[in-house]
Design a protein around this ligand. Structure first.
Ligand code: PEP
Length: 252
């Protein structure tokens, strides 16, 4: 079943106004100049969402945030609600990135709760999963991913409101990537876990992105794998030319 690929940029905690504006404008411009066969998403830090939204006007690049609270509003100092993101023009939110699982002790249960709240507000979620290096060396990758799918993905997930991002933690920002055969094996196992949880129709349509040191030089190989439906890109999304060069490899 053909799934339109999603090329998503996670800017993490990078860029002040001037840099973020220039980057978003450059991405918007380049996506308008060339015909692409994929969807685009960029996820700047909270502070830049309003500004970046303006820069993306007239382009087909979607706007997303990097995290969200599960509550609608109230006494949660420093947090941002799903409706606040919606109000700023976001259509997506990344949930459960490994940096949040580690730095903020986010559990599968919390991520599931956040996803339910985001969906209720009309946001699409990019739910991140992936194993540590120790888990990979112990041969536990698939078991870890199955557990994360089972716990983090809510029952209301469907192919429209949910995208899965498989990101081996040891590959994030390190320049290391699994072999193509390993990536395909894990993505196929993730699709099987989605099948078990949500049924075949949804599992076959749901996009599973690969993330972890994706760059222009490895994008063609990774994006050609049958169960890889796009990429979640950190470092290389901070350079418009690299982000666009990766997207040029994203065909159905
Ligand atoms: C990420 O942060 O989601 C990521 C994959 O980062 P990088 O592309 O820099 O490895």
């Amino acid at each position: 079943m053909p799934r339109k690929k999603l090329i998503a940029g996670n800017w993490k905690m990078n860029c002040l106004s001037a840099e973020g504006t220039a980057l978003a404008k450059a991405v918007a411009k380049q996506t308008k100049e060339t015909k692409f066969d994929c969807d685009f998403l960029i996820c700047p830090p909270f502070t830049l969402l309003g500004l970046v939204k303006k820069c993306l006007r007239g382009s087909k690049v979607a706007l997303g945030a990097q995290d969200v609270h599960f509550a609608e509003k109230g006494a949660h100092t420093g947090d941002i609600s799903p409706l606040m993101l919606k109000d700023l023009g976001c259509t997506y939110v990344i949930i459960g990135h490994s940096e949040r699982r580690v730095d903020h002790h986010e559990t599968n249960e919390l991520i599931n709760k956040k996803a339910v709240a985001a969906h209720a507000a009309g946001l699409n979620t990019v739910i991140c999963i992936g194993e540590t290096e120790a888990q990979r060396n112990a041969g536990e990758t698939i078991k870890v991913c199955q557990k994360q799918i089972s716990g983090s993905v809510p029952a209301d997930a469907d192919a429209k409101n949910t995208v899965i991002a498989y990101e081996p933690i040891w590959a994030i920002g390190t320049g290391k990537t699994p072999t193509s055969a390993d990536v395909q094996e894990v993505h196929a196992a993730i699709r099987a876990a989605l099948n078990k949880k949500l049924g075949k129709t949804i599992a076959n349509k749901m996009r599973i992105l690969y993330g972890g040191s994706v760059k222009p030089s490895n994008a063609a190989e990774l994006l050609s794998l049958p169960d890889v439906d796009g990429a979640l890109i950190g470092g290389a999304s901070l350079k418009a030319d690299d982000f666009i060069a990766i997207a040029k490899n994203a065909t159905k």
